[in-house]
Ligand binder design. Structure first.
Ligand code: ZN
Length: 325
Protein backbone atom coordinates (compact mmCIF):
# COMPACT_ATOMS: atom_id res chain seq x y z
CA UNK A 1 0.00 0.00 0.00
CA UNK A 2 1.32 3.41 -0.91
CA UNK A 3 2.10 5.61 2.06
CA UNK A 4 -0.62 8.13 2.70
CA UNK A 5 1.70 11.03 3.37
CA UNK A 6 4.46 12.13 0.99
CA UNK A 7 7.52 12.62 3.16
CA UNK A 8 9.28 14.77 2.42
CA UNK A 9 6.56 16.73 0.62
CA UNK A 10 7.53 18.10 -2.78
CA UNK A 11 6.98 21.79 -1.85
CA UNK A 12 4.20 23.83 -3.50
CA UNK A 13 4.80 27.40 -2.43
CA UNK A 14 5.55 28.71 -5.92
CA UNK A 15 3.53 26.17 -7.87
CA UNK A 16 0.03 26.43 -9.38
CA UNK A 17 -1.05 23.11 -7.89
CA UNK A 18 -4.31 24.18 -6.27
CA UNK A 19 -2.83 24.16 -2.78
CA UNK A 20 -2.14 27.84 -2.04
CA UNK A 21 -4.74 30.61 -1.91
CA UNK A 22 -2.38 33.12 -3.50
CA UNK A 23 -1.51 30.72 -6.34
CA UNK A 24 -5.14 30.43 -7.47
CA UNK A 25 -7.55 32.86 -9.16
CA UNK A 26 -10.99 33.98 -7.98
CA UNK A 27 -12.78 31.41 -10.13
CA UNK A 28 -10.69 28.57 -8.73
CA UNK A 29 -11.16 29.80 -5.16
CA UNK A 30 -14.94 30.04 -5.58
CA UNK A 31 -15.00 26.47 -6.90
CA UNK A 32 -12.77 25.29 -4.06
CA UNK A 33 -15.05 26.73 -1.40
CA UNK A 34 -17.98 24.76 -2.78
CA UNK A 35 -16.22 21.52 -1.82
CA UNK A 36 -14.03 22.60 1.10
CA UNK A 37 -13.92 26.06 2.69
CA UNK A 38 -11.35 25.37 5.40
CA UNK A 39 -8.19 27.45 5.14
CA UNK A 40 -4.93 26.52 6.88
CA UNK A 41 -2.86 29.62 7.64
CA UNK A 42 0.77 28.68 8.45
CA UNK A 43 2.31 31.04 10.98
CA UNK A 44 6.06 30.79 11.22
CA UNK A 45 9.00 32.95 12.16
CA UNK A 46 12.32 34.14 10.86
CA UNK A 47 14.93 33.26 13.45
CA UNK A 48 18.39 31.85 13.77
CA UNK A 49 18.51 28.07 13.99
CA UNK A 50 22.31 27.87 14.12
CA UNK A 51 24.86 27.21 11.38
CA UNK A 52 23.19 24.20 9.75
CA UNK A 53 19.44 24.90 9.72
CA UNK A 54 17.66 27.54 7.61
CA UNK A 55 16.32 30.65 9.33
CA UNK A 56 12.89 29.86 7.92
CA UNK A 57 12.78 26.48 9.68
CA UNK A 58 9.64 27.20 11.72
CA UNK A 59 7.84 28.38 8.61
CA UNK A 60 8.92 25.53 6.34
CA UNK A 61 7.86 23.00 8.98
CA UNK A 62 4.26 24.20 8.88
CA UNK A 63 3.96 25.04 5.17
CA UNK A 64 5.12 21.55 4.22
CA UNK A 65 2.76 19.95 6.76
CA UNK A 66 -0.16 22.09 5.58
CA UNK A 67 0.52 21.23 1.93
CA UNK A 68 0.23 17.51 2.66
CA UNK A 69 -3.02 17.99 4.57
CA UNK A 70 -4.47 20.05 1.72
CA UNK A 71 -3.43 17.42 -0.83
CA UNK A 72 -5.31 14.72 1.10
CA UNK A 73 -8.34 16.66 2.40
CA UNK A 74 -8.94 19.21 -0.37
CA UNK A 75 -8.66 22.24 1.90
CA UNK A 76 -6.67 25.34 0.96
CA UNK A 77 -3.43 26.78 2.40
CA UNK A 78 -2.56 30.48 2.71
CA UNK A 79 0.97 31.61 2.03
CA UNK A 80 2.63 31.84 5.44
CA UNK A 81 3.26 34.67 7.85
CA UNK A 82 7.06 34.74 7.85
CA UNK A 83 7.73 36.94 10.92
CA UNK A 84 6.68 36.06 14.44
CA UNK A 85 6.39 37.05 18.06
CA UNK A 86 9.04 35.90 20.52
CA UNK A 87 9.63 35.43 24.23
CA UNK A 88 12.05 37.89 25.86
CA UNK A 89 14.87 35.35 25.90
CA UNK A 90 15.07 35.43 22.07
CA UNK A 91 15.61 39.17 21.92
CA UNK A 92 18.72 40.34 20.12
CA UNK A 93 19.81 37.07 18.54
CA UNK A 94 21.49 37.93 15.23
CA UNK A 95 19.29 36.72 12.39
CA UNK A 96 16.09 36.70 14.43
CA UNK A 97 13.37 39.16 13.43
CA UNK A 98 11.15 39.99 16.41
CA UNK A 99 7.71 41.47 15.80
CA UNK A 100 6.16 43.14 18.88
CA UNK A 101 3.29 41.08 20.30
CA UNK A 102 0.64 43.75 19.75
CA UNK A 103 1.66 44.30 16.13
CA UNK A 104 1.74 40.54 15.50
CA UNK A 105 -1.71 40.02 17.03
CA UNK A 106 -3.16 42.93 15.06
CA UNK A 107 -1.62 41.65 11.82
CA UNK A 108 -3.06 38.15 12.27
CA UNK A 109 -6.43 39.64 13.21
CA UNK A 110 -6.42 41.57 9.91
CA UNK A 111 -5.50 38.37 8.06
CA UNK A 112 -8.40 36.53 9.72
CA UNK A 113 -10.76 39.36 8.74
CA UNK A 114 -9.54 39.41 5.14
CA UNK A 115 -9.88 35.66 4.66
CA UNK A 116 -13.29 35.71 6.37
CA UNK A 117 -14.40 38.46 3.98
CA UNK A 118 -13.19 36.30 1.08
CA UNK A 119 -15.48 33.48 2.20
CA UNK A 120 -12.90 31.38 4.06
CA UNK A 121 -14.67 31.56 7.41
CA UNK A 122 -13.10 28.39 8.84
CA UNK A 123 -9.43 28.94 9.55
CA UNK A 124 -6.78 26.78 11.18
CA UNK A 125 -3.83 28.90 12.30
CA UNK A 126 -1.01 26.36 12.08
CA UNK A 127 1.82 27.58 14.27
CA UNK A 128 5.44 26.53 13.80
CA UNK A 129 7.19 28.63 16.42
CA UNK A 130 7.29 29.35 20.16
CA UNK A 131 4.49 31.89 20.01
CA UNK A 132 1.52 29.69 20.76
CA UNK A 133 0.43 31.89 23.66
CA UNK A 134 0.24 35.00 21.47
CA UNK A 135 -1.86 33.75 18.54
CA UNK A 136 -5.14 33.15 20.45
CA UNK A 137 -5.15 36.89 21.15
CA UNK A 138 -5.86 37.47 17.45
CA UNK A 139 -8.71 34.95 17.47
CA UNK A 140 -10.34 36.58 20.48
CA UNK A 141 -9.77 40.13 19.26
CA UNK A 142 -11.41 39.24 15.94
CA UNK A 143 -14.39 37.48 17.46
CA UNK A 144 -14.96 40.17 20.09
CA UNK A 145 -14.73 42.97 17.53
CA UNK A 146 -16.88 41.49 14.77
CA UNK A 147 -19.06 38.95 16.64
CA UNK A 148 -19.86 37.10 13.42
CA UNK A 149 -19.97 33.30 13.13
CA UNK A 150 -16.57 31.82 12.32
CA UNK A 151 -14.57 28.69 13.05
CA UNK A 152 -11.08 29.69 14.16
CA UNK A 153 -8.47 27.62 15.93
CA UNK A 154 -4.77 27.57 16.46
CA UNK A 155 -2.89 24.27 16.14
CA UNK A 156 0.67 24.23 17.43
CA UNK A 157 2.41 21.27 15.82
CA UNK A 158 4.49 20.42 18.91
CA UNK A 159 1.26 19.56 20.70
CA UNK A 160 -0.13 17.40 17.88
CA UNK A 161 2.75 14.93 17.68
CA UNK A 162 0.90 12.22 19.62
CA UNK A 163 3.59 11.69 22.24
CA UNK A 164 6.33 11.34 19.63
CA UNK A 165 8.52 14.08 21.08
CA UNK A 166 9.47 11.85 24.00
CA UNK A 167 13.05 11.19 24.96
CA UNK A 168 14.42 7.66 25.44
CA UNK A 169 14.02 8.11 29.17
CA UNK A 170 10.24 8.23 28.62
CA UNK A 171 10.10 5.52 25.92
CA UNK A 172 10.71 7.74 22.91
CA UNK A 173 13.49 7.92 20.33
CA UNK A 174 15.22 11.19 21.16
CA UNK A 175 18.30 11.57 23.35
CA UNK A 176 17.32 15.12 24.36
CA UNK A 177 14.05 17.04 24.76
CA UNK A 178 12.77 19.64 22.33
CA UNK A 179 14.50 22.96 22.90
CA UNK A 180 15.22 25.01 19.79
CA UNK A 181 17.00 24.09 16.55
CA UNK A 182 17.91 20.94 18.44
CA UNK A 183 17.98 17.20 17.84
CA UNK A 184 14.18 17.12 17.82
CA UNK A 185 13.36 20.18 15.74
CA UNK A 186 16.13 19.47 13.22
CA UNK A 187 14.81 15.91 12.86
CA UNK A 188 11.38 17.31 11.94
CA UNK A 189 12.93 19.66 9.39
CA UNK A 190 14.87 16.74 7.89
CA UNK A 191 11.57 14.84 7.59
CA UNK A 192 9.68 17.59 5.74
CA UNK A 193 12.26 19.91 4.14
CA UNK A 194 15.64 18.13 4.14
CA UNK A 195 17.13 20.56 1.63
CA UNK A 196 16.93 23.24 4.33
CA UNK A 197 19.46 21.39 6.52
CA UNK A 198 23.20 21.39 5.80
CA UNK A 199 24.11 18.43 7.98
CA UNK A 200 27.84 19.05 7.63
CA UNK A 201 27.37 22.40 9.39
CA UNK A 202 25.36 21.14 12.38
CA UNK A 203 26.89 21.67 15.81
CA UNK A 204 26.10 20.36 19.26
CA UNK A 205 25.52 22.93 21.96
CA UNK A 206 25.34 21.98 25.60
CA UNK A 207 22.19 23.04 27.44
CA UNK A 208 23.17 25.02 30.51
CA UNK A 209 20.03 24.23 32.46
CA UNK A 210 17.85 26.12 34.90
CA UNK A 211 18.47 28.17 38.02
CA UNK A 212 15.40 26.76 39.72
CA UNK A 213 15.08 23.00 40.23
CA UNK A 214 13.44 21.82 36.99
CA UNK A 215 11.75 18.71 38.37
CA UNK A 216 8.12 19.34 39.17
CA UNK A 217 8.33 22.97 38.06
CA UNK A 218 9.40 23.49 34.48
CA UNK A 219 7.69 22.08 31.43
CA UNK A 220 9.73 21.47 28.30
CA UNK A 221 8.19 22.76 25.09
CA UNK A 222 7.25 19.27 23.96
CA UNK A 223 6.05 17.77 27.22
CA UNK A 224 2.71 16.02 26.87
CA UNK A 225 1.85 16.13 30.58
CA UNK A 226 3.91 19.05 31.71
CA UNK A 227 4.57 20.41 35.17
CA UNK A 228 2.85 23.75 35.83
CA UNK A 229 5.38 26.19 34.40
CA UNK A 230 5.42 26.11 30.62
CA UNK A 231 8.40 27.80 28.96
CA UNK A 232 6.44 30.90 27.97
CA UNK A 233 5.09 31.53 31.46
CA UNK A 234 8.37 32.64 32.98
CA UNK A 235 11.67 34.41 32.56
CA UNK A 236 14.52 34.29 35.03
CA UNK A 237 14.12 30.66 36.11
CA UNK A 238 16.18 29.21 33.26
CA UNK A 239 19.57 30.11 31.79
CA UNK A 240 18.12 30.76 28.36
CA UNK A 241 18.88 34.36 27.41
CA UNK A 242 20.08 33.22 24.06
CA UNK A 243 22.03 36.27 22.87
CA UNK A 244 24.22 35.74 25.96
CA UNK A 245 24.08 32.00 26.62
CA UNK A 246 23.66 30.41 23.17
CA UNK A 247 25.47 32.51 20.55
CA UNK A 248 25.60 29.45 18.28
CA UNK A 249 21.85 29.84 17.68
CA UNK A 250 20.89 26.26 18.38
CA UNK A 251 20.36 24.45 21.66
CA UNK A 252 21.28 20.83 22.17
CA UNK A 253 22.87 18.16 19.99
CA UNK A 254 21.51 18.84 16.53
CA UNK A 255 24.06 16.45 14.95
CA UNK A 256 21.95 13.60 16.34
CA UNK A 257 18.97 14.65 14.22
CA UNK A 258 17.52 12.29 11.64
CA UNK A 259 14.38 12.22 9.51
CA UNK A 260 13.60 8.70 10.74
CA UNK A 261 13.27 9.88 14.35
CA UNK A 262 10.70 12.50 13.35
CA UNK A 263 8.61 10.61 10.82
CA UNK A 264 6.09 9.07 13.29
CA UNK A 265 5.57 12.47 14.90
CA UNK A 266 5.12 14.21 11.55
CA UNK A 267 2.56 11.58 10.57
CA UNK A 268 0.75 12.15 13.88
CA UNK A 269 0.55 15.88 13.16
CA UNK A 270 -0.73 15.22 9.63
CA UNK A 271 -3.23 12.63 10.87
CA UNK A 272 -4.50 15.09 13.45
CA UNK A 273 -4.83 17.94 10.96
CA UNK A 274 -6.66 15.66 8.54
CA UNK A 275 -9.04 14.70 11.35
CA UNK A 276 -9.56 18.33 12.32
CA UNK A 277 -10.33 19.45 8.76
CA UNK A 278 -12.65 16.45 8.29
CA UNK A 279 -14.42 17.01 11.61
CA UNK A 280 -14.91 20.71 10.90
CA UNK A 281 -16.34 19.92 7.46
CA UNK A 282 -18.62 17.28 8.95
CA UNK A 283 -19.96 19.69 11.57
CA UNK A 284 -20.16 22.56 9.08
CA UNK A 285 -20.47 21.53 5.42
CA UNK A 286 -19.32 24.06 2.78
CA UNK A 287 -20.89 27.46 3.35
CA UNK A 288 -22.23 26.56 6.79
CA UNK A 289 -21.07 28.01 10.11
CA UNK A 290 -22.18 27.92 13.74
CA UNK A 291 -25.78 29.26 13.77
CA UNK A 292 -25.97 33.04 14.02
CA UNK A 293 -28.43 32.97 16.92
CA UNK A 294 -26.19 30.65 18.93
CA UNK A 295 -22.87 32.34 18.17
CA UNK A 296 -23.67 36.03 18.60
CA UNK A 297 -26.22 38.42 19.99
CA UNK A 298 -25.77 40.77 17.03
CA UNK A 299 -28.90 40.88 14.89
CA UNK A 300 -30.29 42.66 11.93
CA UNK A 301 -29.66 43.60 8.35
CA UNK A 302 -26.03 44.66 8.82
CA UNK A 303 -25.08 41.18 10.06
CA UNK A 304 -27.27 39.35 7.57
CA UNK A 305 -25.59 41.24 4.71
CA UNK A 306 -22.01 40.33 5.65
CA UNK A 307 -23.00 36.67 6.13
CA UNK A 308 -23.99 36.32 2.45
CA UNK A 309 -21.74 34.77 -0.18
CA UNK A 310 -19.16 37.42 -1.15
CA UNK A 311 -20.10 39.35 -4.27
CA UNK A 312 -23.72 38.13 -4.46
CA UNK A 313 -26.84 40.33 -4.38
CA UNK A 314 -27.27 42.04 -1.04
CA UNK A 315 -23.78 41.14 0.22
CA UNK A 316 -21.75 43.72 2.11
CA UNK A 317 -18.09 43.46 3.09
CA UNK A 318 -17.06 42.73 6.66
CA UNK A 319 -15.52 46.16 7.21
CA UNK A 320 -18.97 47.75 6.99
CA UNK A 321 -19.27 46.50 10.58
CA UNK A 322 -15.92 47.79 11.75
CA UNK A 323 -12.69 49.28 10.44
CA UNK A 324 -9.85 48.77 11.17
CA UNK A 325 -9.88 45.09 12.06
ZN1 ZN B 1 12.36 26.62 15.24
Amino acid sequence: MAAKWNLPPSGDMDKATGIYYQNMNMKELAERRKTNDVLIVPIGSTETHGPGQALGEDTFLVTRMAEEVARVTGCTVAQPLWYGAHPYHHLGMPGTIVIPDDVFIAYIEAMIAGFWNAGFRKQILLNGHGQEWVIPGAIHNFTKKYQVPAVLTEVHWWYATGGNLKTKEYGGVFDTPLYHACEVECSYLLAVAPEMVKTENLVDVEITGSYIKAEGNLAGPGDQTPPPLRYWMHEGLVRNYEAQMYPEGNLGPSTRASAEKARPGVESVLDYLEKLVTDIMEAFPPGQLPPLDEFTQRRGEAIDAVMKEPGTKGWRHLYTICWPP
